[in-house]
Design a protein. Structure first.
Length: 363
């Protein structure tokens, strides 16, 4: 078919229909780069030629080509009810963390995503981001119906229920998943967390032990157990568990952060060895994972306690750079800026916080 299109193009090189036929034939032979080049040529000749737009958009979408959104919008300009194009735009927006656009596009693609579990999972996560837990729950539950053997669907629903302080619902969701996925360490860890919320430490510990046995290298069980102990009167035991795990995994940023956080919970003051250890652990955690925002905010607070204001400001600013919506980092930065007399920058930071709070309330 490609050869036939090439021979016809020798006589009619300006025909966008022939370039499109060539692109379709190349796509069928899995020559994606060549196919996309053919569709591009067709669109140079006829920018709104719908079959070429559809072919180019399909390949560009699958390859995460930056031209995909533009081609999809041009399809929708000609065919506003094209649910497939809206669904693709929704998925791309979700991947870019533009959840408002994603939800809007998915809303116009109801027929296309109704049977698409990955799209429903994306939609649910966006609803979580936009603080619409009930809509998120419905999306996750629909994803589970479509893909009952997909672990991630249960993980997201269980985490949502815990975050919404509905641990019993989380237990029920995870139980459903474990019936089909009895060797899922992640699901056992989430159920353990839910039992922690339900003040059932015995079952929580059993679940964390099971998670540890299934995937010891992932640290689900040890991290979960240490977090369980941190909830009550067992901080020394949590510290001991974390020290042992760090000895086994000295380059794990999460473990070093958790030990520092547990030391902080136990009560530390500048000048104490435990304070210096917590600072060192947080610095180590950030060195292992420079994107670890929570570690940066915690380290900034300790620097502030030790009157290391410039270093504290640096950590808070970096946390805000990593996530401009990190309310904890913004709050700490605003307080520090006011304390150090940087009123204009403090006012700008407070204004950003107010804007985020207005978004939360929909005003």
């Amino acid at each position: 078919m490609v050869r036939l299109a090439d021979s016809m193009l020798e006589r009619n090189p300006g025909d966008p229909r022939l370039w499109t036929v060539r692109g379709v034939a190349q796509a069928r032979q899995r020559q994606e780069s060549e196919s996309l080049a053919s569709f591009r040529k067709a669109l140079e000749l006829s920018p709104n030629y719908l079959p070429a737009l559809q072919g180019a958009a399909q390949i560009a979408y699958s390859r995460h080509d930056p031209g995909a959104p533009d081609w999809l919008r041009r399809i929708i300009a000609q065919d506003p009810a094209n649910s497939t194009a809206h669904a693709m735009l929704g998925a791309l927006a979700a991947e870019s963390h533009d959840c408002r656009t994603a939800v809007s596009e998915f809303a116009q693609a109801a027929s296309a995503i109704r049977g698409n579990a990955p799209a429903l999972l994306q939609l649910g996560r966006c609803y979580v981001s936009l603080k619409n837990p009930e809509a998120a729950r419905a999306a996750f539950q629909d994803a589970i119906k479509l893909a009952p053997s997909e672990e991630q669907n249960y993980v997201d629903l269980g985490i949502l229920d815990i975050e919404q302080k509905q641990p019993q619902s989380a237990v029920e969701a995870v139980n459903e998943g474990l019936r089909l996925l009895p060797n899922s360490a992640r699901l056992y860890a989430i159920r353990g967390a839910a039992h922690t919320w339900l003040n059932d430490p015995e079952r929580a510990a059993q679940d964390f032990d099971k998670a540890e046995a299934l995937e010891p290298e992932q640290l689900y069980g040890s991290v979960g157990l240490s977090m369980l102990l941190r909830q009550g009167e067992h901080l020394p035991e949590a510290i001991a568990i974390l020290r042992n795990k760090i000895a086994e995994h000295p380059k794990n940023a999460t473990l070093t952060f958790l030990l520092a956080d547990t030391l902080i919970r136990a009560g530390i003051e500048p000048g104490q060895p435990s304070f210096d250890e917590a600072v060192h652990l947080l610095e180590q955690s950030i060195a292992l994972n420079p994107q670890f925002r929570k570690a940066r905010v915690s380290l900034g607070k300790l620097y502030l306690q030790a009157s290391r204001t410039e270093e504290a400001a640096r950590q808070f600013r970096e946390a805000v750079r990593l996530d401009p919506k990190d309310r904890s980092a913004l709050t700490q930065l605003a307080l520090l800026l006011r304390r150090t007399g940087k009123v204009r920058e403090a006012d700008a930071t407070v204004a950003e916080l107010k804007k985020l709070m207005a978004e939360d309330t929909g005003h």
